[in-house]
Design a protein around this ligand. Sequence first.
Ligand SMILES: Cc1cc2nc3c(=O)[nH]c(=O)nc-3n(C[C@H](O)[C@H](O)[C@H](O)COP(=O)(O)OP(=O)(O)OC[C@H]3O[C@@H](n4cnc5c(N)ncnc54)[C@H](O)[C@@H]3O)c2cc1C
Length: 290
Amino acid sequence: MNTEETGFDAVILGGGPAGSTAATILASSGARVLVLERDHFPRFHIGESLLPATVSIFDRLGVHEQIRERFILKPGGKWLYGEKEVPGDFSRSDRLATFKDHPYSYLVERSEFDDILIKRSVAAGADVRFGCEAVDLVKEGDRVVGVQYTDEQKKRHEVRGRIVIDASGLRSFIPSRLKLRKLTEPHRMGIYAQYAARPTRDDIKEGWFIGQMFYDGWTWLLRLPEDRFSVGTVLTVDRFKRSGHSPESLLEKLVQENPLLREGMTHARKRISDVMVTGNMGNSSEQLAG
Ligand SMILES: Cc1cc2nc3c(=O)[nH]c(=O)nc-3n(C[C@H](O)[C@H](O)[C@H](O)COP(=O)(O)OP(=O)(O)OC[C@H]3O[C@@H](n4cnc5c(N)ncnc54)[C@H](O)[C@@H]3O)c2cc1C
């Protein structure tokens, strides 16, 4: 072991929105916080269409102004079921809704959004280490009291804290290691990319999230800053295998044939990212704390 550190109040695994939010709140209250993040920011991440419940958190973290200035205000989401359109206008939600004071949210570019949040954690006093991947648990009896992690040079370190928070996202580091992670049925996957194009529909111009439901999945189209779109589909792994397509050809087929994707963007459009795939999209843990 290259170093062994103790004395942290919280060791947080992952610097995405969950990890950075926990880090900022804890560090702001005087706790000694360490965040281990295996990537370097800014980095791409899927998940751009936010819900109104996030807005009060932005206020609490002190990042709302930055988010308002940089991203697209989202008044709601519309789901298309065949020809039928079901709008979910946040401003028309139940007056008892938790978000009644801010009935809107944002469409964000996650690379920049996550970077804003993690910089806020650093400003609050958290020790954020990029390029550091948790690789093993440190346990005392049944209790997780720390982790071993590798740094950029693949050197191994051990760190302990009063609490260890798993914010590693879909990878669910602690539940996976403790064999508590369960994949939910049916197994679904996401296929997505970014396109450069202009919006054609007024609702998309206004920042609405638009999704189209089909029997066992959905497609989405949402606007990002600078005339870009996030385009993707979630489908069962079975359906994907039966399609006989590669992820690239399936997404291209959808963009050409699906009415929402075909007509929601100008026809002069260009894919500007690789086609990306996320497997094992749904999972749960039998235990949340211990
Ligand atoms: C196809 C698809 C579409 C989605 N669309 C939406 C959407 O429109 N709106 C929405 O709100 N959500 C959406 N989501 C969900 C959204 O991506 C997640 O809810 C969100 O990113 C969760 O944030 P998080 O901080 O928990 O995890 P993440 O954002 O995944 O962050 C986890 C971080 O942990 C790091 N990490 C992982 N393992 C380790 C390790 N061992 N050591 C150190 N660091 C580690 C990762 O590098 C990452 O930065 C979508 C998800 C998918 C798959």
